[in-house]
Design a protein. Sequence first.
Length: 99
Amino acid sequence: MLTGKQKRFLRSEAHHLDPIFQVGKGGVNEAMLVQIEEALEKRELVKISILQNNEDDKHEVAEKLAKGTKAELVQLIGHTVVLYKQSVNNKKIELPVKR
Protein backbone atom coordinates (compact mmCIF):
# COMPACT_ATOMS: atom_id res chain seq x y z
CA MET A 1 0.00 0.00 0.00
CA LEU A 2 1.37 3.38 -1.01
CA THR A 3 1.36 6.40 1.27
CA GLY A 4 0.07 9.79 0.13
CA LYS A 5 3.63 11.09 -0.13
CA GLN A 6 4.64 8.15 -2.32
CA LYS A 7 1.59 8.62 -4.58
CA ARG A 8 2.41 12.32 -5.00
CA PHE A 9 5.99 11.40 -5.91
CA LEU A 10 4.80 8.80 -8.47
CA ARG A 11 2.27 11.25 -9.97
CA SER A 12 5.10 13.75 -10.53
CA GLU A 13 7.24 11.00 -12.11
CA ALA A 14 4.36 9.95 -14.40
CA HIS A 15 3.51 13.49 -15.50
CA HIS A 16 5.85 13.49 -18.51
CA LEU A 17 4.98 9.92 -19.60
CA ASP A 18 2.77 9.17 -22.59
CA PRO A 19 0.10 6.44 -22.38
CA ILE A 20 1.51 3.19 -23.78
CA PHE A 21 -1.74 1.17 -23.70
CA GLN A 22 -5.34 1.93 -24.64
CA VAL A 23 -8.49 0.31 -23.32
CA GLY A 24 -11.07 0.40 -26.09
CA LYS A 25 -14.48 -1.05 -26.87
CA GLY A 26 -13.43 -4.59 -25.92
CA GLY A 27 -12.61 -3.53 -22.37
CA VAL A 28 -9.95 -5.16 -20.20
CA ASN A 29 -8.91 -8.65 -21.34
CA GLU A 30 -6.36 -11.25 -20.25
CA ALA A 31 -3.90 -10.60 -23.10
CA MET A 32 -3.86 -6.88 -22.29
CA LEU A 33 -3.20 -7.58 -18.60
CA VAL A 34 -0.23 -9.81 -19.49
CA GLN A 35 1.27 -7.11 -21.71
CA ILE A 36 0.75 -4.43 -19.04
CA GLU A 37 2.40 -6.67 -16.42
CA GLU A 38 5.42 -7.10 -18.70
CA ALA A 39 5.62 -3.33 -19.24
CA LEU A 40 5.36 -2.74 -15.47
CA GLU A 41 8.27 -5.14 -14.91
CA LYS A 42 10.39 -3.13 -17.34
CA ARG A 43 9.23 0.40 -16.44
CA GLU A 44 7.55 0.17 -12.99
CA LEU A 45 5.28 3.12 -13.86
CA VAL A 46 2.87 3.16 -16.82
CA LYS A 47 0.06 5.32 -18.15
CA ILE A 48 -2.98 3.75 -19.78
CA SER A 49 -5.58 5.64 -21.76
CA ILE A 50 -9.28 4.71 -21.62
CA LEU A 51 -10.81 5.49 -25.01
CA GLN A 52 -14.17 7.21 -25.47
CA ASN A 53 -15.71 4.11 -27.09
CA ASN A 54 -15.19 2.06 -23.90
CA GLU A 55 -18.61 1.39 -22.39
CA ASP A 56 -17.44 0.48 -18.86
CA ASP A 57 -17.18 2.93 -15.98
CA LYS A 58 -13.64 4.37 -15.89
CA HIS A 59 -13.33 3.61 -12.16
CA GLU A 60 -14.18 -0.05 -12.79
CA VAL A 61 -11.65 -0.21 -15.64
CA ALA A 62 -8.93 1.28 -13.40
CA GLU A 63 -9.72 -1.25 -10.64
CA LYS A 64 -9.68 -4.17 -13.10
CA LEU A 65 -6.31 -3.03 -14.46
CA ALA A 66 -4.82 -2.66 -10.97
CA LYS A 67 -6.16 -6.00 -9.68
CA GLY A 68 -5.37 -7.90 -12.88
CA THR A 69 -1.74 -6.74 -12.90
CA LYS A 70 -1.34 -6.80 -9.09
CA ALA A 71 -0.23 -3.16 -9.30
CA GLU A 72 -1.00 -0.04 -7.27
CA LEU A 73 -3.45 2.45 -8.73
CA VAL A 74 -1.57 5.74 -8.43
CA GLN A 75 -4.02 8.01 -10.22
CA LEU A 76 -7.12 8.14 -12.37
CA ILE A 77 -7.43 11.54 -13.94
CA GLY A 78 -9.82 12.10 -16.80
CA HIS A 79 -9.53 8.95 -18.90
CA THR A 80 -5.92 8.24 -17.97
CA VAL A 81 -4.85 5.59 -15.46
CA VAL A 82 -1.41 5.55 -13.82
CA LEU A 83 -0.21 2.21 -12.39
CA TYR A 84 2.89 1.39 -10.34
CA LYS A 85 4.42 -1.97 -9.54
CA GLN A 86 7.88 -2.42 -8.09
CA SER A 87 10.06 -4.34 -10.52
CA VAL A 88 11.83 -7.52 -9.47
CA ASN A 89 14.77 -7.25 -11.89
CA ASN A 90 14.71 -3.65 -13.21
CA LYS A 91 14.26 -1.50 -10.10
CA LYS A 92 14.57 2.15 -11.19
CA ILE A 93 12.22 4.19 -9.04
CA GLU A 94 13.26 4.94 -5.46
CA LEU A 95 10.13 5.72 -3.44
CA PRO A 96 10.18 8.17 -0.51
CA VAL A 97 10.54 6.29 2.78
CA LYS A 98 7.36 5.38 4.70
CA ARG A 99 7.13 7.04 8.11
